[in-house]
Design a protein around this ligand. Structure first.
Ligand code: SF4
Ligand code: SF4
Ligand code: FES
Length: 502
């Protein structure tokens, strides 16, 4: 049933007057009113199967004869008086929890979901009693590989079917289904589909209300309460999905074990953003550690040899001062703030001698899905729109754009040595270890997204912030200040050097 926010209905929740939109169910209206009704199978972005029954509410009637029904499938009607905390509702919830946990293992101590598991939370909130059953639990497959990325623990599954509905309604791969009946029911890959082909598959890990669906990549990495989320933006394509980057809390830093684990990405999950990605991201977003945790360049180089950062910046600045026909190849992975800083120097101190072109830092990789009608976009760069608002696009080959240059400043990735004119000076600003750094006149290591705050503007023009979660290492500096220093601003140079971690 569709919801019409222009037509409102007055009703009551626990005696308090509330307003629902026409077409809203009790659980939806209650949520907007700040009243929580427990739910397993219901998910705000999926259809309503009404199979778990934990959302049962009471509706008072004028004849004193109340009725009970599931709040996730009950439309609000005018004057309706809903009770979510009556004694009978509480008893029904307790009984439902007993039923749902009938065959559930007491696995919390070893379960990856522990700490963010609805079943665990609801057990304490709505049940709290030991199992009343005198029968042995029905054991099911403990670990069943649903795909190369996802492991299923059938004993923990409560058959809410969220995962199945996700593949039918969101990713549309129809890759999962349920086989058998009753307490023998199992989630299984569909016979005519391959869950490996579902590029949104890992969303089922988040929406599974229990610890039945597990990321094989992140299995047993860290307890969730040892980690925290930093808001960020996926740079994997021009959609710029909002994400949370999870990493170890400083107060739980490992000392005896490998300390590098303290600055590792434990996992990436969607951060709900109605304007951009809703509650979903694609699997490339989950795998950002593979992009961000590539071997980093942390040392400044002059002529391919390690140099002190101040010497390297001075040398680059000198080369830029000498250039008559400089070209800057602008990164489409730079933040709005970095782009603005570059624009300031290119329209100021360097205006008469430098031009700029926006290049793609990343292009689609072999086997990568180019685009779809869900989230994935063909442009594999997060901030090309903002860059193009300030600088012209690189049209055609890089080599043609820089053919006449006597100095090329390459910011970011995607430009080989073969693209650059043989006689030109080359200054590179990069974050990862490439051999091209050894052949540049000057190479300066710059921070990546997880080491600085900033904003990206996605292909639709939505601006989203990202925050730093790790400190830069070695001589790594932020490009935003570096551009000013390279243009000869001495104050900026001192600020850059003061901010460098050595
Ligand atoms: S695996 Fe999780 S999401 Fe899928 S049906 Fe079972 S409990 Fe629900
Ligand atoms: S759709 Fe694009 S921005 Fe969103 S998670 Fe996937 S790669 Fe990242
Ligand atoms: S949440 Fe209503 S029946 Fe499952």
């Amino acid at each position: 049933m569709s919801i019409d926010p222009h037509v409102t209905i007055d009703f009551f929740i626990n005696g308090t007057p509330c307003t629902a939109y026409d077409g809203e169910t009790v659980i939806q209206a209650a949520r907007r009113a700040g009243v929580s009704i427990p739910h397993f199978c219901w998910h705000p972005n999926l259809s309503v199967p009404g199979n778990c029954r934990i959302c049962m509410v009471e509706v008072e009637s004028d004849n004193g004869d109340p009725w009970f029904d599931i709040g996730c499938n009950m439309p609000v009607t005018a004057g309706m008086r809903v009770l979510t905390e009556s004694d009978t509702v509480k008893k029904l919830r307790r009984d439902t929890m007993q039923f749902i946990t009938l065959n559930h293992p007491v696995d919390c101590g070893i379960c990856n979901k522990s700490g963010e598991c609805l079943l665990q939370d609801y057990h304490y909130e709505h049940n709290g009693r030991p199992s009343l059953s005198i029968d042995r639990k029905n054991h099911a497959t403990k670990f069943y590989p649903l795909s190369d990325r996802i492991m299923l623990d059938n004993e923990r599954c409560i058959m809410c079917t969220r995962c199945v509905r996700f593949t039918h309604e969101v990713s549309k791969t129809h890759a999962l289904g349920a086989v058998h009946r009753g307490d023998h029911s199992l989630i299984r890959p569909a016979e005519n589909a391959d869950f490996n082909e579902d590029v949104y598959s890992d969303n089922v890990i988040d929406i599974c209300p229990v610890g039945a669906l597990l990321s094989r990549e992140n299995l047993d990495h860290a307890r969730v309460w040892y980690t925290k989320a930093t808001p960020s933006v996926c740079p994997g394509c021009a959609r710029g999905c909002s994400i949370d980057v999870w990493h170890r809390k400083p107060e739980w830093a490992l000392k005896a074990l490998d300390p590098s684990l303290n600055a590792r990405i434990e996992r990436v999950t969607p951060r709900e953003n109605a304007e951009v990605n809703g509650p979903w991201i694609c699997n490339k977003g989950r795998d950002l550690a593979r992009i961000w945790e590539r071997p980093r360049a942390t040392m400044a180089l002059v002529g391919g040899t390690p140099a002190a950062l101040d010497e390297a910046v001075e040398r680059a600045s000198q080369l830029m001062a000498e250039a008559a026909r400089g070209v800057v190849l602008v990164s489409s992975w730079g933040s709005n703030e970095e782009l603005a800083s570059l624009h300031e120097v290119l329209t100021g101190r360097l205006a008469s001698r430098f031009t700029a072109r926006v290049k793609p830092d990343h292009v689609p990789q072999p086997g990568e899905l180019l685009e779809d009608d869900i989230l994935i976009m063909a442009d594999k760069n997060p901030n090309r729109r903002a860059a193009l608002a300030l600088f012209p696009a690189l049209e055609g080959e890089v080599a043609a754009a820089v053919a006449d240059a006597d100095l090329v400043l390459v910011w970011g990735e995607g430009v080989t040595d073969a693209d650059l004119p043989a006689g030109a000076r080359v200054v590179r600003l990069g974050s990862y270890q490439y051999e091209t750094a050894l052949r540049a006149d000057v190479f300066l290591p710059i921070s990546i997204q997880t080491e600085r705050d900033g904003h990206y503007t996605n292909a639709q023009g939505v601006v989203t912030a990202f925050s730093s979660c790790f400190a830069p290492k070695g001589d790594v500096v932020h490009a935003e200040g570096l551009f000013q220093a390279l243009a000869g601003n001495r104050k900026a140079l001192h600020r850059v050097l003061a901010g460098a971690v050595s």
